[in-house]
Design a protein around this ligand. Structure first.
Ligand SMILES: [Fe+2]
Length: 373
């Protein structure tokens, strides 16, 4: 069972480590953010740490292999992951593979097959961005070549999550905007997802409400209160997708990120407005959700209501305005996309597309992308 704490990460982490008495802590961190966020003080705790920060912003299987090697060689027995989604995700996978003797090229197969495995060592997640909600999920994203894979195991949900708002105070403006939009899209997608439940919708609704009230200010006029609100919202959005998973916007975003270098949250947000309209058009012939097309349209109506908009068009405006106000462009051409074909070809992940409430074909997707080119 995961335990969550809000407050000073040093004091809380000390208590956790004193309880578990690790011989050596595998400390996974971002490169710069570890220092700028103030998290570096963790290393002053009286425990032995082995720091690992040699991984890409979009973690690759090669990074996982290296991490497992270090974990093994140093005989670590507890993991603390501090950072954004990349640090938390790669730490989850390294911990899982280390415990199951997945080594070297075996990592590629293990990621692709996503087989059941034994739980790894005790895992403490300390987010320094308010976006992915990875501290609350059973998912970890890893890239093999340019293709994105999702490692998903119930037992990689962190044992502990520590939310310390002070670690997010120095998050740069653009990163605050992108990670905040990731949380926002995760919540909206979760709300219309085929796998949504009453529980996931409750989390998603709360996340959307908090983000609409706080994201613009957290970006343009940050203070402790709006930063704390965003941290909470990202965690709620994480809890929502942990149940429902994400949908088309996320699936489409991965090639936009890998081929055009667009930060994850921005890449996802680019298609959110279009998918709101598209999903609202679900009919009996193309509805994927067994609860039916009326149910899907009702969910979309509820989203539009949560936005405080009177209809779909105004709902789309809310999304576009939010993006503009936090400095994110809304057209694909603005982020360097000239031709949508590479996105169409690489954006289809059957799992994620199957979770979108309205069936999306390559042809639909192509047209939709051309409208936002
Ligand atoms: Fe995301």
């Amino acid at each position: 069972m995961m335990q969550e704490f809000y407050g000073n990460c040093i004091g809380i982490l000390r208590k956790i480590l004193e309880k578990h008495k690790p011989k050596k802590v595998f400390l996974v961190t971002g490169k710069k953010s570890f220092e700028t966020s103030g998290a570096k003080a963790i290393e002053e705790l009286e425990f032995e740490f082995v720091r690992f920060s040699e991984f890409d912003v979009n973690p690759k299987v090669e990074d996982v292999k290296r991490g497992v090697e270090v974990f093994e060689k140093e005989e670590c027995d507890l993991v603390v992951a501090v950072g954004g989604g990349s640090a938390l995700d790669i730490a989850k996978v390294i911990n899982l593979f280390a415990a199951n003797e997945v080594r070297g090229d075996g990592c590629i197969e293990a990621i692709k097959e996503n087989k059941e495995m034994e739980k790894g060592s005790t895992f403490v997640a300390i987010p320094t961005t308010s976006g992915t909600g990875s501290e609350a999920t059973k998912f970890a994203v890893v890239y093999i070549d340019k293709t994105k894979y999702s490692v998903a195991h119930e037992n990689i949900i962190p044992d502990y999550a520590i939310m310390d708002v002070d670690l997010t105070m120095s998050l740069p403006q653009h990163q605050t905007a992108c990670t905040g939009m990731d949380a926002f899209c995760q919540a909206v997608e979760s709300y219309w997802a085929v796998n949504s439940t009453d529980e996931s919708k409750k989390y998603a609704r709360k996340a959307i409400e908090i983000i609409l009230k706080n994201l613009e200010r957290a970006v343009n006029n940050p203070n402790r209160d709006n930063r704390e609100a965003m941290m909470k919202a990202a965690n709620l959005a994480g809890k929502a997708i942990n149940i429902s998973r994400t949908t088309a916007c996320h699936a489409i975003s991965y090639p936009i990120t890998t081929y055009f270098n667009v930060p994850h949250g921005h890449a996802v947000a680019l298609t959110l407005g279009k998918m709101l309209v598209y999903n609202n058009g679900a009919g009996d012939e193309d509805c994927v959700d067994v609860r039916g097309a009326d149910f899907v349209r009702e969910a979309i109506k509820e989203i539009v209501d949560i936005f405080g908009a009177k209809d779909i068009e105004e709902g789309v405006r809310v999304i576009n305005e939010l993006m503009k106000n936090i400095g994110l462009t809304i057209k694909l051409s603005d982020v360097g996309v000239k031709d949508v074909e590479v996105i169409v070809e690489n954006g289809f992940n059957p799992d994620r597309m199957g979770n979108n409430p309205r069936r999306l074909t390559a042809e639909n997707l192509r047209n939709l992308l051309k409208e936002i080119l």
